[in-house]
Ligand binder design. Structure first.
Ligand code: HEC
Ligand SMILES: [Cu+2]
Length: 385
C-alpha cells in the first residue's frame, strides 16, 4: 500500500503540479486523465464530423433539400447504450476511489482536526497537540512574512483517518498532495482517510526545534471553503516522518511546559492571525498592555481586564465585546483546557506593563514565577487556616 513517487508526465505536472502522494491520490489522477482523454476524443470526433457534414450537405442551388429521416432504431440504441456504459464505467471507478478515501481501514491512526477562523489544530490519540509552527514564506533576505502556521506530524506508511469539526463557520480541510478535501462543519463530524507515503532515502526537512535536518516530507494544507478575511492564509503543514520521530514528538509535546512558553506557542498557532503582541490592532485587539488594563466595551461599560475577564473572552467571546471590534472571535470552549488557559494568561502578563511585577525587582523579571501573585488564595491561605 505504500506509494513511491512515480515519474509524472509533463501533462500531469501541468494539471496537478505536485506528484500524488498516495495510491488513492494516484487513482484520482488516473481517473481524471482517463476522463480528460475520453472527453478530448469525443470532442474532436464530433467537431470533425460536424464540420465535414456541414460542408458536405450544404445547400446547393438547384438541389432540393432532402427530407430528414425521423427514426433509426439501431442508431438510437447505439448512441444511448455506448455513452451510458461509458458513464457507468466512470461512476464505478469514481466510486471506488471515493470509498478508498472515506472508509478508513481498521487500525488507522485517528486524528481529531478542529477548525476556526482562521486556523487548524490537530489533537493526537494521546491528547497531545503540536506546538510547532513555521512561517508561510520567507523572503529572499531571510526576513519573515506573515504569520506562523502549525506543523502536524504524521508517521510514514500509515493509514490516517481524520475526524473533523469547526468552532465557527464551514471550512474545508484540503491536502492537495492526497487529492482530497472535505468540508468541516460547526455541528457535526466529517472525515476522510489517507495512507501516508514511505519516505525516500534522501527526503529531508528542516526541524527548527532541533536546528537540523530530519528525514521527512512537508505537504500543504489549505482551507478550501471561503470563510472570511484571512481565508487565504488559513494554511498548515502536514509533515510525514519516520515512526520513531513521530513517537518522540508526541512524547515531547505531552511533557509539562513552562506556562509562558506554552502561552506563546498557543498564541502563534491559534491567536496570532487576529491578535498581535506588538500594539498593532488586527481583526482583534493587540495583547500588548492588555492584561490588567481598563477597557471600554461596546455596551458602554468599562471593565478591568483581569484573569476572569480573559477566561470569559476566550470561552464565551460574545459575553463582552471590545468597543470598536466586531464580535467575530470564535469560542475556544472545549478546545483549550485550564493548563493552556493558564499559559495564555501567563504569556499576556509578560506583554503588559499593567501586570504585577515580581516583588523586589523591576529589571530582568522572570515572568513565569509571577503567576502566583494573581492567585492570592494560594499565597495567603497558608498563614490563615
Ligand atoms: C478570528 C479572529 C480571532 C481569533 C483567531 C482569536 N480572537 Fe480573540 N478576539 C477577536 C476579536 C474580534 C476580539 C474583540 C471582540 C470581542 O471582545 O469579542 C477579540 C478579543 C479577545 C480578548 C479580549 C481582548 C481585550 O482587549 O479585551 C481576548 C483575551 C482574546 N480575544 C483572546 C484570544 C485567544 C487566547 C485566542 C487564541 C486562542 C484568540 N483570542 C483568537 C478575534 C479573534
Ligand atoms: Cu476556512
Amino acid at each position: 500500500m505504500s506509494y513511491t513517487l512515480a515519474e509524472q508526465s509533463w501533462l500531469s505536472k501541468f494539471i496537478f503540479r505536485a506528484a500524488p502522494a498516495s495510491d488513492s491520490a494516484a487513482w484520482s489522477d488516473g481517473l481524471f486523465m482517463m476522463i480528460f482523454w475520453f472527453s478530448t476524443f469525443f470532442f474532436v470526433l464530433l467537431m470533425v464530423l460536424m464540420v465535414y457534414w456541414t460542408v458536405k450537405y450544404r445547400r446547393r442551388p438547384g438541389v432540393p433539400a432532402p427530407v430528414s429521416p425521423h427514426h433509426n432504431t439501431p442508431l438510437e440504441i447505439i448512441w444511448t447504450v455506448v455513452p451510458s456504459s461509458a458513464l457507468l464505467v466512470i461512476f464505478i471507478l469514481g466510486f471506488q476511489g471515493y470509498l478508498s478515501k472515506t472508509v478508513a481501514p481498521t487500525g488507522a491512526l485517528e486524528l481529531r482536526v478542529s477548525a476556526w477562523k482562521w486556523g487548524w489544530a490537530i489533537t493526537y490519540p494521546n491528547g497531545a497537540q503540536s506546538p510547532e509552527t513555521k512561517f508561510l514564506e520567507e523572503s529572499a533576505d531571510g526576513t519573515v512574512v506573515g504569520n506562523k502556521y502549525p506543523i502536524f506530524y504524521v508517521p510514514e506508511n500509515t493509514a490516517v483517518s481524520l475526524r473533523m469539526s469547526s468552532q465557527d463557520v464551514i471550512h474545508a480541510f484540503w491536502i492537495p498532495d492526497f487529492r482530497t478535501k472535505m468540508d468541516v462543519y460547526p455541528n457535526r463530524f466529517t472525515g476522510y482517510t489517507f495512507h501516508t507515503p514511505t519516505l525516500g532515502l534522501e527526503e529531508e526537512v528542516f526541524d527548527e526545534t532541533v536546528g537540523q535536518n530530519i528525514p521527512g516530507r512537508d505537504m500543504w494544507v489549505f482551507c478550501a471553503e471561503y470563510c472570511g478575511d484571512e481565508h487565504s492564509r488559513m494554511a498548515a503543514t502536514i509533515r510525514v516522518v519516520p515512526q520513531f520521530i513521530y513517537e518522540q514528538k508526541l512524547a515531547e509535546w505531552n511533557a509539562p511546559k513552562d506556562p509562558v512558553e506554552l502561552g506563546k506557542q498557543i498564541h502563534e498557532g491559534r491567536c496570532a492571525i487576529c491578535h498581535s503582541v506588538n500594539g498593532t490592532p488586527g481583526t482583534g485587539p493587540t495583547w500588548k498592555d492588555l492584561y490588567g488594563s481598563q477597557g471600554l466595551m461596546s455596551d458602554g461599560s468599562t471593565v478591568l481586564k483581569d484573569d476572569n475577564y480573559i477566561r470569559e473572552s476566550i470561552y464565551i467571546p460574545a459575553a463582552k465585546i471590545v468597543a470598536g471590534y466586531a464580535g467575530n472571535m470564535p469560542s475556544f470552549q472545549g478546545q483549550l483546557d485550564e493548563t493552556q488557559l493558564d499559559g495564555i494568561i501567563a504569556y499576556m502578563k509578560t506583554l503588559s506593563q499593567h501586570a504585577p511585577q515580581p516583588a523586589g525587582s523591576d529589571t530582568g523579571a522572570e515572568p513565569a514565577t509571577e503567576s502566583t501573585e494573581s492567585q492570592p488564595n494560594e499565597t495567603t491561605g497558608g498563614g490563615q487556616s
